[in-house]
Every structure is written in structure tokens, then in C-alpha cells.
Design a protein around this ligand. Structure first.
Ligand code: MN
Ligand code: MN
Ligand code: MN
Length: 291
């Protein structure tokens, strides 16, 4: 079900595989007219993405996926349509970046102790100038033949509590939301059903997110099935949150999260993009050529 709006995707500025301009080109080729590039804790891809979007007449919305702590859990907040020059936001992101750098050093030290040679140096090379993320460590472990897939690398080494795990001291939800609001943006709770939480925990998270000032949640993403969308839409209505949709595409070769491939936002949920400074063309589910 390709959509014309995709408000969540990644480039080589964080853990995506395509450079920002190629993400925009791929989105354009997929028929997307409004795209937000939402790399983890960095705005580094936005300038290149904007230039590519201008050249193709595609509307690019400023985006970033912020890391925050809720208790012992890492939660992601997608910020949309903010002023990218805003100082409080930039300072907040700089802090998250330095926490990421320090965590990468700790992970590399653990991997080196496990016998992975020059882990930091080689992972930095894999990141090719973008930030070093756990996904890059996963790629290194696959490349070295220690794990068959990146998923296995998380299960065995990089995931929560595993041998090369290192916690990152992200700030509280309210702090990240404050930065987003200072920059005039919309704060969207990313993929609430994908944290592995129980029903009660999801509700507590939504309560905490609302209390912290958040006003929207992702209702549709690349992995949402019909039942997930119904459940998410009901939660959005219950907590009076606007709805967002985005594929969370990291790699166009991954068929489960390709650009624009989300279910449509249900009509009972007010779309987050109504609050944007410039209105996108309303999303239309496009029929396949054979239909
Ligand atoms: Mn990612
Ligand atoms: Mn995420
Ligand atoms: Mn993401």
C-alpha cells in the first residue's frame, strides 16, 4: 500500500545505507511527494536531502529521531517540521551525539576484549563519515563472519544486556520534547508497539509522553499490520494524539520497511501534518497499475 507521505526514514548520516540525496531520489521514484528524513540524533543529512528534494520538486520536512530514556528503556521521538537552526535543539543533539560517541567507544572496547580486532577503527570506516551506530557494529560482526545476520549480532552481542551492550544515558522524554517545541516542531512518539512492551506498559508510556508535552504518535509504520493500525489508532484517539506515518526505511533492499510502504492513516485520527507550516498534498493510497 504505497503512500505519498513518508515521515520516518534514515540515511548514511545515521544507520541507513543510502546517502541523503539517494534516499530522496528513491522516495521520488516511489511516488512520495512529502518526505521527512529522520536520522538518529543528527541533522547532518538535511542539507544534502533538501538540495536533492528541491531539484525534484519533492517536499522535504525537517526531521530527526531523538533518543530518550523512560525509566530503563530507550524511547524514540520523531521530531518533525522544526527550525533546524534552533540553538536549544542543536545543543541538545550535540549532547546526544557525544553520548553516542562515548557509547561506541565502550562497545568497541568490549568487542575488542572479545577478540574483534580494531573494532572502533573498522566500524568508523564502515560508517563512512556518518555517526557510528550499533547497526554499524552489527555489520562489522557479519563481515567478520562472527554472526550470520545483523539481527543475530544484536541477539548475541549488541542487544540490551548482551556481551557488548552498553547503556546510553539519554535524557528524559520531557527534555527531548522541550527541545523540539523550542524549535517549533512536532514531537511524535515513534513506533509505540515495537518496544516489546505489555499493553499496560504501552499505556503508561503514552501517559508519560502526554504528560511530558508530546502531541502525536506514529500510528502506521513499515511493519504495521492491519490489527496494529486499529490498536494504534484507538490509542491515539484515547490519548488525544495526532497520528503520523512513516516507513522507518533504513535500506530499500529490506522488503519489510520500504519507502512509502505503510498502511494509510485511519480517518478517525487527526494527521500530524495538519500542524505543519506548509501543508502537504493529502496522502492518497495509489492504486497499482494493474488495479
Ligand atoms: Mn535505526
Ligand atoms: Mn526507532
Ligand atoms: Mn527510525
Amino acid at each position: 500500500m504505497p503512500q505519498t507521505i513518508d515521515l520516518h526514514c534514515h540515511s548514511t548520516a545515521s544507520d541507513g545505507v543510502l546517502p541523503p540525496a539517494e534516499v530522496v531520489a528513491a522516495a521520488h521514484a516511489a511516488g512520495i511527494t512529502t518526505l521527512a528524513l529522520t536520522d538518529h540524533d543528527t541533522l547532518a543529512g538535511l542539507a544534502e536531502a533538501h538540495a536533492a528534494a528541491r531539484a525534484r520538486g519533492l517536499q522535504l520536512i525537517n526531521g530527526v529521531e531523538l533518543s530518550a530514556c523512560w525509566g530503563a528503556h530507550t524511547i524514540h521521538i520523531v521530531a518533525l517540521d522544526f527550525d533546524a537552526d534552533n540553538e536549544p535543539l542543536r545543543a541538545g543533539l550535540a549532547r546526544l551525539q557525544s553520548q553516542r560517541t562515548q557509547r561506541a567507544q565502550r562497545i568497541a572496547a568490549k568487542l575488542e576484549a572479545l577478540g574483534v580486532a580494531r573494532a572502533l577503527e573498522r566500524t568508523t570506516a564502515l560508517a563512512a563519515g556518518g555517526q557510528v551506530t550499533r547497526s554499524h557494529f552489527a555489520r562489522l560482526l557479519v563481515q567478520d563472519g562472527l554472526c550470520r545476520t545483523p539481527r543475530r549480532a544484536f541477539q548475541r552481542f549488541l542487544g540490551h544486556g548482551k556481551r557488548a551492550w552498553s547503556a546510553a544515558p539519554w535524557g528524559p522524554l520531557a527534555e527531548a520534547i522541550e527541545w523540539i517545541h523550542a524549535a517549533g516542531g512536532q514531537a511524535v512518539l515513534a513506533h509505540p508497539l515495537l518496544y516489546g512492551f505489555s499493553r499496560t506498559q504501552v499505556e503508561r508510556l503514552l501517559e508519560a509522553f502526554c504528560r511530558a508535552g508530546g502531541t502525536a504518535m506514529e500510528v502506521c509504520n513499515g511493519t504495521s499490520g492491519a490489527a496494529d493500525v486499529v490498536r494504534s489508532a484507538a490509542l491515539a484517539c484515547e490519548y488525544k494524539l495526532q497520528g503520523s506515518m512513516g516507513s522507518d526505511c533504513h535500506d530499500p533492499a529490506q522488503p519489510w520497511r520500504t519507502l512509502g510502504a505503510t498502511p494509510p492513516l485511519p480517518p478517525n485520527v487527526p494527521p500530524v501534518w495538519r500542524a505543519f507550516r506548509r501543508q502537504p498534498v493529502e496522502p492518497v493510497t495509489r492504486l497499482s497499475p494493474s488495479a
